[in-house]
Design a protein around this ligand. Structure first.
Ligand SMILES: Cc1ncc(COP(=O)(O)O)c(C=O)c1O
Length: 382
């Protein structure tokens, strides 16, 4: 089974890489908001190897694709409410051994990030975040005019949990991305629990958001979910995404886990979107197909560790990554590096201030994409 799947995915990936190398796009033209910069430059085309958005290079597993195909029928004409959405909620609730009221579905986890800031922050209730980290919540806080506090990473690029807890006193919401994007670094169960309990104790009014979008990719025994903490205290909630290890970014499914009153406040502050029928059946299948996720995680780890070793051999520092991206100290502005790579048809991540003058985030693509990309990186960094 494993060999078949590897063969199946490998064939797709090879096709994509071959297209990328010849400049003929295997996907057709595909220009997203995040690649607008590249599109504007006039260099971008569908043949670019996209290592800029932490999407899965392999997409969903074969069972998930089969489920989508099998459910593409006239039932799509019925959608108020769409089939399988309640079932998805129940499947997730059963897995975590919580009630369905403790699960909030959304069209990707993005609406939960936006809604939580709108629910818990205001001109008088600030938002606190490490920096760099995933910045949708910060952008929302700025949009609504909330006070924002950014806490630098420590010298090892880990989140400074003590400084974050200190800065959270009196805040409306503190955001902790674990594993962190862009660094790929993880904060272990003891450290996260210690941080959460300290904030709860020292700042009883502050809500705590733990974003676990990349948790599937964590190395064994390095990370534990904060869901039990969320079930214990209504001031804690967790978000998850089907966009990363499950390979479903284009289907837009995510969820929040927490106490009912907490989730009600979040969805009361901002629309969560409607998960659609195909997204729901795909998510159920992907969630239950643990064999595929195990394979995906192993495949990503092998490619990622090879890429990390390649950069370290070239003399560049890369923190150990627990995600499908790495954050490399390239010793020069990310913009310069990005431009040079793009000229060679490889697109790497955006700027992550304040480390944009030295570091660049690179998403991990397929084996073939990374083999081609490493040649480009060597050339550009030589
Ligand atoms: C840490 C983190 N959280 C949340 C998201 C939002 O993803 P989605 O809305 O697809 O679930 C992303 C996307 O890259 C992310 O990196």
């Amino acid at each position: 089974m494993k060999t078949t799947r590897r063969g199946f995915v490998g064939t797709i990936a090879l096709g994509a890489a071959a297209g990328a190398l010849t400049g003929a796009s295997p996907f057709g033209r595909r220009v997203s908001a995040q690649t607008r910069e590249a599109a504007k430059s006039g260099i971008y085309d569908g043949g670019v190897i996209q290592l800029n958005q932490n999407e899965s290079a392999r997409g969903p597993g074969p069972k998930t694709i089969q489920a989508i195909q099998a459910h593409t029928n006239e039932r799509i004409g019925r959608g108020y409410s769409p089939d399988h959405v309640n079932e998805l909620r129940s499947v997730i609730a059963d897995y975590y051994e919580v009630g369905t009221g403790n699960v909030q579905l959304a069209t990707g986890s993005t609406p939960l990030l936006q809604g939580s800031v709108r629910a818990f922050c205001s001109a008088t209730k600030g938002f606190v975040t490490p920096m760099p980290t995933y910045s949708t919540s910060l952008a929302t806080a700025r949009r609504i005019g909330a006070k924002t506090t950014e806490i630098d990473l420590d010298s090892s690029l880990a989140i400074d949990l003590d400084a974050l807890a200190e800065a959270s006193r009196g805040a409306g919401l503190v955001y902790l991305c674990n594993p962190n994007n862009p660094t790929g670094m993880v904060h272990g169960p003891g450290a996260v629990e210690g941080f959460v309990r300290r904030v709860l104790r020292e700042s009883p009014e502050t809500m705590i958001h733990v974003d676990e979008a990349y948790i599937n990719y964590g190395r064994p025994d390095s990370i534990e979910t904060a869901v039990p903490l969320a079930m214990e205290d209504e001031r804690v909630f967790v978000t998850r995404s089907f966009s990363k290890a499950h390979g479903m970014a284009g289907l837009r499914v995510g969820y929040g886990l927490g106490q009912e009153q907490t989730l009600a406040k979040i969805r009361g502050a901002w629309g969560m979107g409607d998960v659609n029928m195909l997204g729901a059946i795909a998510a159920i299948t992907a969630f239950e197909d643990t064999e595929h996720i195990d394979w995906e995680v192993k495949e990503n780890a092998e490619i990622r560790d090879g890429v990390i070793a390649g950069f370290r051999d070239m003399g560049f520092d890369v923190p150990d990554s627990h995600t499908n991206h790495i954050f490399v100290d390239i010793g020069r502005p990310a913009a310069e590096f990005r431009e040079a790579c793009l000229e060679r048809k490889v697109l790497v991540g955006r700027d992550f201030p304040p480390l944009h003058t030295t570091h660049c985030r690179i998403s991990i693509g397929s084996r073939e994409e990374m083999a081609a990309a490493m040649k480009v990186f060597k050339e550009v960094l030589a």
